[in-house]
Ligand binder design. Structure first.
Ligand SMILES: Cc1ncc(COP(=O)(O)O)c(C=O)c1O
Ligand SMILES: [Zn+2]
Length: 383
């Protein structure tokens, strides 16, 4: 393992990797992991990768032991048969919903839960009514950890059924979404319980870097020119940004793809900040959206999301609810991909990017398909 230390870039807090931190104990900001890059550069080789899935990149991950795996990663890349004919280059989908709990979140969870086990934790908690909660519940079952998920009282649907089915405890908290986080913090204490927050833990986005590693390898270390990605808390986009940056630094790829971040007009803090500047103290007003996974009004790592989009030459774009619904239907009916509404957000964004001339002839464009349609069959029943 090349993990050296954990730092807070806001206040300078520093600690060693044995500390089970979630956010900065001094100022509450998100923390970052720092690696011994010189040693990684000397020792790690892309020709020596072995094993399957996320475990294949174990050496680059911040893990001492073998991860608590459910077989995540190694998700297929398929070339678009129909929708891609509208763009000048080639369109690919990476089927992240093939992961063990039906979403890309398993990549972040496998690292977070494995770390909790390394520290000797007995229990994990998170606030999520969605894919992250279902994923944490599954990996906790596998690792024999007690798991409690705090959800708003109105939460319903397949994801809640999934969380319960793994034997996790569900704490239903009346009031807005933020109350679930507050209640979690009020109720959680004890040195043997880890707040495995998918939005805050420094380990979660590190697991997400494996999407970049896989894309690198699947494309013969010459990754696509563009990635079009849905953005909620930003773990996926940040994981891709960090992952490709690391591969470029290691000399395994020549250039990182442009990362385009797509949100809905109903909840668009990143798009608003991209056009202006980031202001953490003022969450944007939001409206209900069918893309519930991208409904985060004030993402904790907002500045790094912007950095990832800007530094790679990407764009932040918003799309309407009806554009998402049309993309949802097209993915199923033209590509055979039954996805949940949040996963259709990037295709709607891709169309806008294409209309604005963002893609050149011969360029390759990839869209990660983040979650299964089985997670939200209700939307389909209602449409
Ligand atoms: C299916 C799906 N897609 C995309 C996202 C957004 O991902 P992130 O929070 O990493 O930006 C989520 C988040 O919950 C999700 O569930
Ligand atoms: Zn701090």
């Amino acid at each position: 393992m090349y993990l050296n230390e954990i730092v807070c870039e806001s206040c300078g807090f520093l600690c060693g990797p044995d500390n089970p931190v979630t956010s900065c104990p001094d100022c509450g900001s998100p923390l970052k992991l720092q690696y011994d890059f010189a040693r990684m550069n000397q020792e790690a080789s892309r020709n020596e990768l072995s094993g399957c899935g996320v475990k294949r990149y174990r050496e680059l991950l911040p893990l001492d032991d073998s991860p608590v795996s459910l077989g995540e990663g190694d998700t297929p890349v398929v070339r678009s048969s129909s929708l891609g004919s509208d763009i000048p280059g080639e369109l690919y989908f990476k089927l992240e919903f093939v992961n063990p709990t039906g979403s890309f979140k398993d990549r972040g969870t496998v690292v977070t839960v494995s770390k909790a086990c390394e520290w000797g934790m007995n229990a994990v908690v998170d606030d999520s009514s969605g894919n992250a909660g279902a994923s944490l519940a599954a990996y906790s079952a596998k690792a024999d950890l007690d798991c409690t998920i705090y959800v708003p009282a109105r939460a319903s649907g397949e994801k809640i059924v999934q969380i319960k089915s793994y034997g996790a405890e569900l704490e239903e908290v009346p009031g807005p979404r933020e109350r679930a986080t507050e209640k979690l913090k009020e109720n959680t204490s004890g040195a043997d319980t880890y707040y495995a927050s998918h939005n805050l833990s420094p380990y979660f986005p590190e697991g997400m870097k494996t999407v970049a590693y896989e894309i690198g390898e699947e494309f013969g270390w010459s990754p696509p020119n563009h990635l079009v990605v849905p953005v909620g808390g930003g773990a996926l986009l940040i994981g891709l940004y960090r992952g490709f940056k690391e591969l470029a630094r290691l000399g395994w790829i020549n250039r990182a793809p442009k990362l385009h971040g797509i949100q809905t007009k109903s909840c668009n803090p990143v798009v608003t900040a991209f056009e202006n500047s980031w202001d953490q103290t003022r969450p944007t007003e939001t409206r209900p959206t069918i893309a519930e996974g991208a409904h985060i009004s004030n993402p904790e790592r907002g500045e790094e999301i912007l950095e990832g989009i800007r530094n790679t030459g990407g764009q932040a774009l918003e799309v309407t609810e009806s554009e998402v619904k049309r993309s949802l239907r097209e993915l199923a009916q033209k590509e055979g991909l039954f996805v949940e509404p949040t996963s259709a957000v990037p295709l709607a964004g891709l169309k806008r990017l294409n209309d604005s001339g963002a893609f050149e002839p011969g360029e390759r464009v990839l869209v990660p398909i983040t979650g299964s349609g089985l997670k939200d069959a209700e939307t389909w029943r209602a449409s």
